[in-house]
Design a protein around this ligand. Structure first.
Ligand SMILES: NC(=O)C1=CN([C@@H]2O[C@H](COP(=O)(O)OP(=O)(O)OC[C@H]3O[C@@H](n4cnc5c(N)ncnc54)[C@H](O)[C@@H]3O)[C@@H](O)[C@H]2O)C=CC1
Ligand SMILES: O=C(O)[C@@H]1CCC=N1
Length: 272
């Protein structure tokens, strides 16, 4: 199969993945994108030097890998009437969209991988869950791995349904951290700090804490204990967060995200 990778949809996630592939040494000329939004299309040409066409039909022929990067609700329309080359590997990054849906839309002669990346892919420090059915050739798995590895780490899953949980934890996860930084800087302002100072303190603290997690030498629970002096300030804050129900709140929030991922699949699964 050819080394050409065709992206259907050239939005935020596709742009991150394409940037990662180019940084990993892929020739921009081997990356083709279907993007109907003229402004986005031009930005992709100018910034990344890839070939961009307004519709998927113009780029799928000759591609060994297709990356489906439209919104779940746009997928049915985006795939209608497409005829990729037999044997090509189709990698979907769309939340909720199931392999059955893709096979019904594109036929049985292709190989399918479903994945869930996240936005830190933009800096090559994302993480993606991937799933392919048993019997999917190793070469197709490798094609998917190539795309997602350029965005960060990959984790292969044993069951397709696990992707709902992956979406809840890591797909949507960056937003939880951004909300936390927003809340911390708002709290800093409420305590009398200048907005810019509160923003700098909150952001840098999260980045520093992330670096400590990344070092991987100490479990996060132990890292938390190390900050928490007995009878001190951290303990006062953490007791408040725990008694206000932060942990059950996270369990419920992530359950809502996983439920929504499953619902998207249920709704769109019957939309063919
Ligand atoms: N944004 C995120 O954090 C993550 C998103 N995803 C998934 O990635 C997918 C894309 O999300 P984003 O990049 O955030 O959305 P986006 O809206 O930035 O990108 C989608 C792009 O598809 C284009 N498009 C629409 N119809 C099309 C068609 N028929 N043919 C070709 N292109 C078409 C749109 O013009 C748009 O540029 C979604 O399915 C989402 O579930 C997965 C992981 C994380
Ligand atoms: O919110 C969403 O539906 C997408 C999937 C994971 C992150 N963003």
């Amino acid at each position: 199969m050819s080394d050409v990778i065709a992206f259907i949809g050239g939005g935020n996630m596709a742009t991150s993945l394409i940037g990662g592939l180019i940084a990993a040494g892929h020739a921009p000329g081997s990356l083709h994108v279907a993007e109907p939004d003229a402004t986005r299309a031009q930005a992709l040409r100018d910034r990344l030097g890839v070939r961009v066409a307004p519709s998927a039909a113009e780029i799928v022929t000759g591609a060994g890998t297709l990356v489906l990067a439209v919104k779940p609700q746009q997928m049915g329309e985006a795939l209608r009437g497409l005829k990729p080359d037999a044997g090509a590997c189709v990698v979907s990054i769309a939340a909720g969209i199931r392999l059955d849906f893709l096979r019904a839309a594109l036929g049985p002669t292709l190989h399918y991988v479903r994945s869930m990346p996240n936005t830190p892919a933009l800096y090559g420090c994302g993480i993606s869950g991937l799933y392919a059915e048993p019997g999917t050739p190793e070469s197709a798995r490798q094609r998917a791995e190539t795309v997602l590895r350029a965005a960060g780490q990959t984790v292969w899953l044993n069951h397709e349904a696990e992707l709902d949980a992956v979406t809840a934890v890591s797909g949507s996860g960056p937003a939880y951290f951004f909300l936390l930084v927003e809340a911390m800087r708002e709290a800093g302002v409420a305590l009398g700090l200048a907005p810019a100072t509160a923003a700098q303190l909150a952001a840098r603290t999260c980045i520093g804490a992330a670096r400590m997690i990344e070092a991987g030498t100490t479990d996060v629970a132990e890292l938390r204990v190390q900050v928490t002096s007995k009878g001190g300030t951290t303990q006062a804050a953490l007791e408040h967060l725990e008694s206000a129900g932060l942990r059950p709140m996270f369990r419920e929030a992530l359950a809502a995200a996983a439920r929504r991922s499953k619902e998207l699949g249920d709704q769109l699964g019957s939309a063919q």
